[in-house]
Every structure is written in C-alpha cells, then in structure tokens.
Write a protein that binds this ligand. Sequence first.
Ligand SMILES: *Cc1c(COP(=O)(O)O)cnc(C)c1O
Length: 392
Amino acid sequence: MKYEDLGVVPIINACGTVTRLGGAPLHTAALAAYDSAAQHSVAIEELQIAVSQQLSQWLDCEAGLIASGAAAALTLGTAAILAGSDLARMEALPDTTQFPNQILIACDQRSGYDHAVRAAGAKLVAVGMNEVVSGAGVRRVEPWEYAAAITDQTAGILYVQTDCSRPILADVIRVAQEHGLPVLVDAAGEIPPVENLKRLVDSGADLVAFSGGKAMRGPQATGLLLGTRNLVGSALLQMLDMDDHPELWTAPAEFFAADEVGGMPRHGIGRGFKVSKESIMAVMTALEKFLGPQQATLMNVWHEILQRISTALRAAGVTAELIAHENHVPRLHVKVNDDQDAFEVCQCLRSSSPRVFVGHSRLDEGLLVINAMAIRENEIEPLITALISQLS
Ligand SMILES: *Cc1c(COP(=O)(O)O)cnc(C)c1O
C-alpha cells in the first residue's frame, strides 16, 4: 500500500527531522536491518541486554536501552528514578503518594515534553526566574536555586540540554551530586554533532535521552536511554513484557546484583513504550552508521544542498542567507518580499503542488528557514521552483 492509496500526499520536508513531518528519511542500511530482523523471533529481554552491551561499548556508558522515542525514554527514565529496583514502587506508578516524587526543572526549560516526565507520576517543581524573557533582567536560572528547592520529597533533576541552557549541565550535576540526586537529561535533538553522544554520557548525568528518529536516521518511533546500570535496568524492567513464571525468570545480572530485585515485576508503567525487534535492529544499525566515518561528511552534504538552493534563489532575485556555524546543522534563511506575509507564504507552500513544508520558527521576522536534513536529492529542484514561484 502506498500513501496515495490512502489519499495522503507526500511532502517535501525542508523543515528538518521534526516529528510532525515524520522525522528523518530512514537510513537505507537501517531499512535493510529492519527487513532482515523481521524474519526471526528473538527474546526481547535478551535483545535489549545485548543492545545495552553494544551501546556501552560504542558510547562508554554503563548501560542503555532502546525505547519508542526520546519522550518515551524520558518517561522510562523518570519511572526508574522514582522506583529504582523497588517492586512495590514499580507497581504503584504513576501513584507516587508514598515516596519522593518531585523532579526539579529550570523554569525556562519547561515545555510540552514535561508530560513525558509527569506521565510516570513525577511532580515537576520549576526553579528560578525567567527574567530574560520577561524583559526584567539579564540573569538566568542559577545553581543555588536548584539547591534551595531540594527537600526530602525531591527525587531528581530534569535538565533539557541545548547550547543556550543555563546553568550549564556540569553546574547542575554538581548540585545534584552534593545532594545524592540523579539527573535525567533530555538531549533528544542534540545530535549532530555526533560527539555530543559521548560528551553527554560522560558529563556525570545519570540518564540521557536521545531521539533515534531525528538526525540518527533510525525509525521515527525509537529513542535511546543511556546511563547507569541500575537506572537503565529499572527502566527496562518497567518496559518489558513480564508475563512469565517467576520460577523461570531472574533479574538480568547485567543491571542488578543478585537478590537486588526481590521478585518479578509485573507489566510496568512503560509497557506502552515497547519497541519492536525490527525497530531495535534498525536504530542500532542507524547508530552504527551515525558513529562511522561517513557521518562527518553529512554536514558538508547539507551545506552543499543549501548552497545550491541559495544560488538559484539569488539568481531569481530572492534574498537568502546561509547560516553555518561549526558543529551546527546549517540553515538557509529565505526572506519573503516586503509586501508579503510570511505566514501566508508558508501556508501557500504547504498547499501548493508539490507540497513544501519549510521551517516556521522565524516567520514573524519574514523569514522561511530551510533545513536540508530531510531533503532528498530529487526534491531539490522542485523545492527551488516552488520557492521561486512564491517569492518572485
Ligand atoms: C524531539 C524532542 C523530544 C521527543 O523526541 P521523540 O524521539 O520524538 O520522542 C523530546 N525533547 C526534545 C527537546 C525534543 O526536541
């Protein structure tokens, strides 16, 4: 069956690897791995344990698992922080009335992804002030504000990693470690650069979540949760299908000491975040490629695509500026004409044929943002034609 059979028209995605538009094009090697993995049954627990060992080898983390997205990894990571290896707590989630359930977050790091953490039963406690956005000052959230918010109800800290996040992660980890609290990092979109995978794992954070379906080019519904053995193990137990006899099961020694888990948990809060064996193999293959030597050239490929679009637009009298900073995905800012409304242009591009979706973060400045990560070679010329027809 094809999209057209359902009456759904594929689009040109000039917006990047956003979830709304289906993420990145799957790596061809990942697609082949999906196909081959689909032919056999495997024990998913064994597969996830092997995945953990492989991730540990590649990324120098203690452990890791594949979840159904970075948001799922955040829910699983929170469930692990809240319950640890305590079976009764696993069973209780998302009811957290009987144990510490507060997760601290800088007030300017809150977003719709908060749901992922609250879904496990955590209560978010926002710390600090947002003086920059309120126009009242220059100061950002500061480390002492985290420390001041810690009580006996605090279970951990959620940190959303971007280049602009303040305080920097190292300062937040220092506060957390002084109080014996775990830090869960949302780094869903923080690759490329590929170095961020290891850098964030090495940061001292207890858990880090990445998307598998963004730049990594695995299946859209995959994500990585990397971190300490115990927390990843707890997350895994709360995601796996647990329908087996306790006599036939022992807690995996890769994650837990003997007798550390005092029995067999039932299906946990993360049961809905299961990942198929095919998806697991596909994202592992995509990650292997992502860590490989060709990846370094991808920034150049994206840069060249944008250069080509820019040259064609300028020749047609359209103003376009290539934004390229080292270690950042390059972008092309395309200016709409002074007598045009960028929101209208954006809408027209979405509904014209071929349908084109451009980045919409700077529309209020009259700019269309072009990101090349999800543009295929055969879409470049149609994209140029569509842009020129709307803008000249
Ligand atoms: C994309 C994103 C997520 C969700 O990632 P999925 O893999 O789509 O679940 C979470 N947090 C941030 C900051 C993101 O950009």
